[in-house]
Write a protein that binds this ligand. Sequence first.
Ligand code: HSE
Length: 401
Amino acid sequence: MFGVAVLGYGVVGSGVVEVIDKNFDRVAQSAAREIRVKYIVDLRDFPDSIYKELFVKDFAIIEADPEVRVVVETIGGVGAAYEFTRRSLLAGKSVVTSNKELVATRGWELLQIAKEKDVNYLFEASVGGGIPILRPITQCLAANRINEIYGILNGTTNYILTSMIKHGASFEDALKQAQANGYAEQNPTSDIEGIDACRKICILADLCFGRNMDPDWVKTVGISAVTPVDIHYADGAGYKIKLLGRAVSLQDGTKATAYVAPHLVREDNLLASVDGVMNGIVVRGNAIGDVMFYGAGAGKLPTASAVVADIIDAAKHDGARKYIGWDEGSRDTFFDSALLESRWYIRAQVTAAVARSAFGDVQILGGTDGETAFITSSMGKNTLDSTLESVTALTVFRVLG
Ligand code: HSE
């Protein structure tokens, strides 16, 4: 038997069990062998589950069972998830996960263990939910030097922004709905403050640039400062507000940076029409040019789709390790994203005349007696900050492109 153990029976874990069960024949055909869930590990009881016979509470059972070839880690976080992943790899089992926090923070180390033990650590579902993105980067785009990746990487915040922009929903109501749909993290602060997107852009940077990028280095701003007033000004000028993660490498590949922040995106940019829980990711390769990946970025079955595909891949490569990995990074190969120039959207307590005198050539988006919204010419963050010393800014976002 090619046995699978699922650790954590939450939104994604239960989706994985469901997809393997419902698509049993299709999965068997793809993997060229039958794949069965042998155990589900969760500390909670599920007496009404149709899979109740599969539940165990002791991870040691999985560790000791040679029929378990793949462990699916859908616990989340870096505590038990790290410990069980490590032990599974050391026990000679491949591990498949959707856990972006663990991959972004300890992925390098876990990949080393996988390499030593000749097993696979696969994490397609950790970025972009159901969107195939990591495998295309490492395989289909392998001939390219990639210098930039950016996009909408968090379904919850995109769902909230879309609900606010298109349906006039309040932030709180939109968040509640995202939670009810199973998009949000257990602690939705990770979504709202951009932390989840930060982990994902780091994983993308690791794979695209070939060096570890630590989430702690990456300046991260979420959507809590986005107000209906900003949405209104942006809309009037033909822009949508989107939370983007972006990673950029120097042309010679010696250094790279990344950041997460809300951006004004022009309506004619494809990313502006990536709405709801959808994610959109642009990869810029030196042979292919820009290529965009689009699809459901969160949710039970889309994420399970990516996890089960990795299980199939692990089954096909049982005893034949896949070469996924990157070098150990350091701060010496990271540069401050403040150096990246862009135009800036500013809403400030100034008149249009004062905005012009401080920033020169600006595009005025609108205003009232007390404030003006405008877009500056292109400049780095340090120049922006020094100019802002003479202006009381209420909101500042980057403008894409
Ligand atoms: N909370 C995440 C999101 C789940 O909303 O994108 C998928 O990683």
